[in-house]
Design a protein around this ligand. Sequence first.
Ligand code: NAD
Length: 313
Amino acid sequence: MGPSTPHRTTSHSRGAHMPSKKIAFIGLGIMGRPMAANLVKAGHQVTGYNRSRPAVDALVEAGGRAADSVADAVRGAEVVITMLPADPEVTEVVTGEDGVLAHAAEGTLLIDMSTITPQTSLAVQETAAPRGVRTLDAPVSGGEAGAVEGVLSIMVGGDAEDVAEARPVLEALGTTIVHVGPHGAGQTVKAANQLIVASNIQALAEAVVFLERSGVDLASALDVLGGGLAGSTVLNRKRANILNRDFKPGFRIDLHHKDMGIVTDAARAVGAPLPVGALVAQLVASARSNGDGGLDHSALLRGVQRLAGTDEK
Ligand code: NAD
């Protein structure tokens, strides 16, 4: 859909009155692919690049344009969005020899939406600033479903005027967009988010094994738990995974392992104790060691089953 096409009556019409932007989108995985498609729906000109080609072809089918390299994607872009797995990929794609900063025009706004360490976000900002490229760290929460539905929570670190400029673009991706502080603060809040989510899933998984071993009907139990103080977005979003023992990702345990490392490091740096978080980090690591790294993080349930000696269904 081109920028002048008037078909903007979907839930993604929030940014419709805003001028269309030329956006380079790098990293079209589980999250990046639907996010880039939502930007197209909101009327932006989106050029996508991904290490493997099928993801780029999917964006073209959704109305975006294909790029063969980072340089190709970034050429002519006003906004560059990165949605990559972890720190090494962001560092390489942004500051590498043939990366975003080598090709972006002065004045470009770079929005990194990956979950990485606050330190790497700051390093990216320090490398970008002398080249006239403004940066924001804008990691997200809400999972694949949140990305598909365009209802992500987006925690943004950076300068207020850049956040204001980014807001119409981010509104095509999420419904809760909060400027939480200076560069790196978005990643700090995301680290806290990941601590809460992993601890929540672990507690839910322990409750599930306890309920099943007690002979209580799990679906009924989750119904009533969901309506009380134990209810949570985790319970709503992961209920089907748990009931069906369907652990297709979603959010891979490998990525949550990375995030538990980020939050434990960041907390140690400021002297904040995370006793439950440290334990949950070990359980996430154990899930990986048992071969579950590629599964959705709701598969922490499998780890509790192993501890309980329960046959996996
Ligand atoms: P993913 O692995 O599905 O996607 C990452 C994409 O980046 C892949 O398509 C990969 O081919 C591409 N890529 C890797 N290196 C590249 C390079 N050098 N150049 C170009 N492309 C490259 O991961 P995801 O689940 O989409 O997560 C992306 C980020 O968002 C991670 O930091 C993750 O922690 C975070 N996140 C994920 C979720 C979720 O539910 N999946 C939710 C919130 C945040």
